[in-house]
Design a protein around this ligand. Structure first.
Ligand code: IPE
Ligand code: IPE
Ligand code: MG
Length: 256
């Protein structure tokens, strides 16, 4: 039985991952950066399976940022091919588990063949009700906010929206995937301690888990450890401990 001292272990509904460190993983092995991207695919597979087994509802994977377009052309093209290959090979397994593939980002910048593979995966899984895997592709958090602002301005111009009535909930309805809950847990692999333009709006209250593991080394056990770390956190959302866990603290009598 659970007591206030031992709350039931909550599984985060939405986990978002900045999959970083492929290049360094490969360089450390005397290989080219693209070998790291290839190796990283196995981590994607394993982490998706593990997330499904844990009962996570939404897994968002940062696969390619808008800034990543500025990498050397050959690296960009290898990343696009790997993405196509991955979607072709893995789609059946996703479908077998009733999984749904979604994307966020400026997909119009993707090469036609990559875009087709992505759109096919999204369309073929659109009616599924299992875990949602959201690929952030050609994604930038600021761009997402700008895109939302543009659509808001357009709706205001058309008289469909009263600017004075716009609130946070109304704003969030203009984001790329407005129906998704905000990430509860944001994981970054690869040892860097930054957000790199990922989900700027949505991570307002996400718990952060920074892992030194390079993405190709990040596997099921690492995800499980990140979840266990999350389950030890107290999420206060600006309140006090006593407010979120009545009976936990040393509050003065009569305090509320
Ligand atoms: C993450 O690994 C994959 C992408 C950004 C596409 P990196 O390619 O950034 O690897 P590092 O950070 O250079 O090691
Ligand atoms: C963030 O990694 C983007 C993805 C994982 C897709 P980067 O390697 O591009 O981020 P920075 O440049 O280190 O901030
Ligand atoms: Mg990197």
């Amino acid at each position: 039985m659970s007591t206030p001292e031992s709350p039931p272990a909550r599984v985060p509904r939405h986990v978002a991952i900045i999959m970083d460190g492929n290049g360094r993983w490969a360089t450390a092995r005397g290989q080219g950066r693209n070998a790291g991207h290839r190796a990283g695919i196995q981590s994607v597979r394993e982490v998706i399976r593990a997330a499904r087994d844990l009962g996570i509802e939404v897994l968002t994977l940062y696969a390619f940022s808008l800034e990543n377009w500025n990498r050397p052309r050959t690296e960009v093209s290898v990343l696009m091919s790997l993405l196509e290959e991955y979607l072709e090979k893995e789609l059946d397994e996703v479908i077998a588990h009733d999984g749904r593939v979604r994307t966020i980002g400026r997909l119009d910048r993707l090469p036609a063949s990559t875009r087709r593979a992505v759109e096919r995966a999204v369309a073929r899984t659109a009616d599924n009700h299992g875990m949602q895997v959201v690929f952030a592709l050609s994604y930038g958090g600021r761009a997402e906010l700008v895109d939302a602002a543009r659509r808001i301005a357009r709706d205001a111009e058309l008289g469909k929206l009263d600017p004075e009535s716009l609130d946070e909930k109304g704003f969030a309805a203009y984001l790329y995937a407005p129906d998704l809950p905000d990430p509860d847990l944001l994981i970054r692999t690869g040892g860097e301690q930054r957000v790199s333009n990922f989900l700027l709006w949505q991570i307002a209250y996400a718990e952060l888990h920074l892992s030194d593991r390079m993405w190709p080394d990040f596997r099921r056990a690492d995800l499980e450890a990140a979840i266990a770390d999350y389950q030890r956190r107290e999420r206060r959302f600006g309140l006090t401990s006593e407010q979120v866990r009545p009976g936990s603290g040393t509050s003065e009598p009569g305090a509320r």
